[in-house]
Design a protein around this ligand. Structure first.
Ligand SMILES: NC(=O)c1ccc[n+]([C@@H]2O[C@H](COP(=O)([O-])OP(=O)(O)OC[C@H]3O[C@@H](n4cnc5c(N)ncnc54)[C@H](OP(=O)(O)O)[C@@H]3O)[C@@H](O)[C@H]2O)c1
Length: 302
């Protein structure tokens, strides 16, 4: 199958390109410089030129606080981008998958959010992502929306790599202890996206690693424990104390009724996925020094 991946330089995009390439598919991976998904003409020209059978949109402006300060930019990348891609897919009858977020929910529910729950996004990023879902689905029937959350992986600078690097330096770490999500390993998400591409069954899917979910603190503590580092360095803090510009849901744990009904194999438990990630990080640490971002969120997690 010929598969085109947008946002191929990002955390999920890189994992996606690798999964497709490992499966032996013909892959066109386009990073932000190659294709700005908010540029309608370039999107149309690229899809027309490449004529893929499947387009997987991993591009988004994922800076949750940045979106709050620049709603126009968020709208272009996260709402119009998926719409332009879906329309272009329609013109060549290609299947389209776009990634969305657990942040479309307001977080007021206890328990897991399923497809039966009504989205109620609270910030600019979350609203732009929900609009992207809807615009894409309206533009083209062969669209699947894949919501995920708390994504981690061995690419770039992210919440966990930052945590681990700081713990290795013996630094004090403040992590949020009152926001709960379902951690998701980018590699496992990419594998499931690939399976969904083969299925070609349009719908809204929730794709996360198995388990009861975790707070950022649970998650960081588990990573530090797996890495054999000192968890005394961790201090749990409330989201409120950090005064971030964008609101975040208190609970955004996801469960997928559709995958269960279809009998799709669940993703591995997040602690097992985390152990895999930590061992990859440890190998990378021994060869190169990780960049330091002094944010309790890292770059993504939107
Ligand atoms: N990370 C999480 O925890 C998380 C949670 C829930 C959902 N998601 C969703 O998962 C998807 C993948 O995110 P990620 O975690 O891989 O984030 P990421 O690492 O920030 O990757 C996103 C990529 O999109 C690119 N991009 C931004 N604007 C673009 C545009 N207008 N046109 C083309 N490319 C553009 C970025 O390039 P530049 O950096 O060069 O701008 C970046 O390489 C997104 O839809 C995101 O909303 C992520």
């Amino acid at each position: 199958m010929k598969i085109l991946v947008t946002g191929a330089g990002g955390l999920v995009g890189r994992a996606m390109v690798k999964v497709c390439a490992d499966a032996g598919d013909q892959i066109v991976g386009l990073n932000h410089t190659d294709l700005d998904v908010a540029d309608e003409q370039k999107v149309n020209a690229t899809i027309e030129r490449e004529r893929p059978e499947l387009v997987i949109n991993c591009a988004a402006w994922t800076d949750v606080d940045g979106c709050e300060l620049d709603p126009q930019h968020a709208q272009e990348a996260n709402a119009r981008g998926p719409e332009f891609l879906a329309s272009a897919c329609r013109s060549i009858d290609a299947q389209f998958i776009t990634i969305s977020t657990d942040y479309v929910f307001d977080g007021e529910k206890d328990g897991f959010y399923t497809q039966r729950d009504q989205p109620n996004p609270q910030g600019v990023y979350a609203r732009s992502k929900l609009e992207g879902e809807r615009r894409a689905q309206t533009a083209w029937a062969r669209t699947s929306v894949v919501r995920s959350g708390y994504i981690f992986g061995p690419a770039g600078t992210n919440f966990l790599s930052t945590m681990l690097a700081r713990a290795r330096r013996g630094e004090h770490l403040r992590v949020i202890n009152d926001s709960f999500g379902t951690p998701t390993y980018a590699r496992d998400l990419a594998r499931q996206l690939y399976r969904l591409g083969q299925l070609d069954l349009p719908g809204i899917y929730h794709v996360v690693n198995a388990g009861d979910g975790a707070s950022f603190e649970d998650f960081a503590r588990a990573a530090i424990e797996i890495a054999g580092l000192n968890d005394q360095l961790l201090e749990g803090v409330s989201l409120k104390t950090l005064n971030r510009p964008a609101p975040r849901p208190r609970n955004s744990r996801l469960r997928c009724l559709l995958s269960e009904a279809l009998g799709l194999e669940p993703l591995p438990f997040w602690r097992d996925a985390l152990a895999d990630f930590v061992s990859t990080q440890t190998q990378e640490e021994s060869t190169s020094r990780l960049a330091f971002t002094p944010s309790p969120f890292g770059r993504g997690l939107g």
